[in-house]
Structures are given as C-alpha cells and as structure tokens.
Ligand binder design. Structure first.
Ligand SMILES: [Zn+2]
Length: 125
C-alpha cells in the first residue's frame, strides 16, 4: 500500500514538473499579449525607440560603436521618438475635438457643454 502511494506521488510530481515550464510559458505569453493590448501602435513604437536608444548608448559605452555613428544614430532615434511622442500627444488632445457635438435637430456644430443649439435654439440637455 505504501509503495502505491509513493509511486503515485512520484507520478504526480513527474507530471507536475513536466507541465510546469509549459504552463508558465503560456501564462507569460498571455500576460505579454494582454500588456501589448493596452498600448497603441504609437506607444509600442515609442517603447521600441527608447529601447533602441538605450541599446546604442550601451554600445557606445562598451566601445563597439564610434562617436560619429553614435551621434548620428542617436539623433535619428531621438527625432523619431519626438515625432512619435508628438503624435501620441496630438491623438490625446485632438480626440475630443475631432468628434464635435452636433445639434440633434439641425445638426449644426455646437461647442461642447452647450445647453442650447446656437443655430436653432434646441435644448441639448
Ligand atoms: Zn440646432
């Protein structure tokens, strides 16, 4: 009887350790995917560019890239990062503006938060 229990425990342990790396990999992949979903394409681009800047700084530090290349590559990356960040910012600030409120009756454009349509006087509340 004791032998059966021991064999059973060993079997459980074997199955557990065989499946563990596979399971944790799956969980990790799902976690990474979930993380990516939270970022827009521009934000992912920004993260990628920042990573590249860090890389090129590291390459300079260990001396596998010369000063000239370093400055050229870094300024290119910085310019690209700035463009991406500006695009992210403008997306954030223009999003409400690009969807202006319209009067349901005459469909005239009305400033956000208006109580009445300035064109036909319809109550917007
Ligand atoms: Zn109106």
């Amino acid at each position: 009887m004791t032998v059966v229990i021991v064999v059973f425990i060993i079997l459980i342990a074997a199955v557990y350790f065989t499946l563990m790396p596979f399971m944790s990999e799956k969980v990790l992949a799902r976690y990474q995917n979930a993380n990516q979903d939270e970022y827009s394409a521009d934000e992912l681009k920004k993260i990628n560019l920042l990573r590249q800047i860090k890389e090129v700084e590291f390459e300079r530090e260990i001396g596998i890239i010369d000063q000239e290349d370093f400055h050229r590559v870094k300024s290119e990356l910085m310019n690209e990062t700035r463009d991406v960040m500006e695009s992210i910012e403008s997306e954030k600030t223009t999003a409400p503006k690009s969807a202006p409120e319209h009067c349901p009756k005459c469909s005239a454009r009305v400033p956000k938060g208006s109580k009445f349509c300035g064109h036909c006087g319809t109550s917007l509340t």
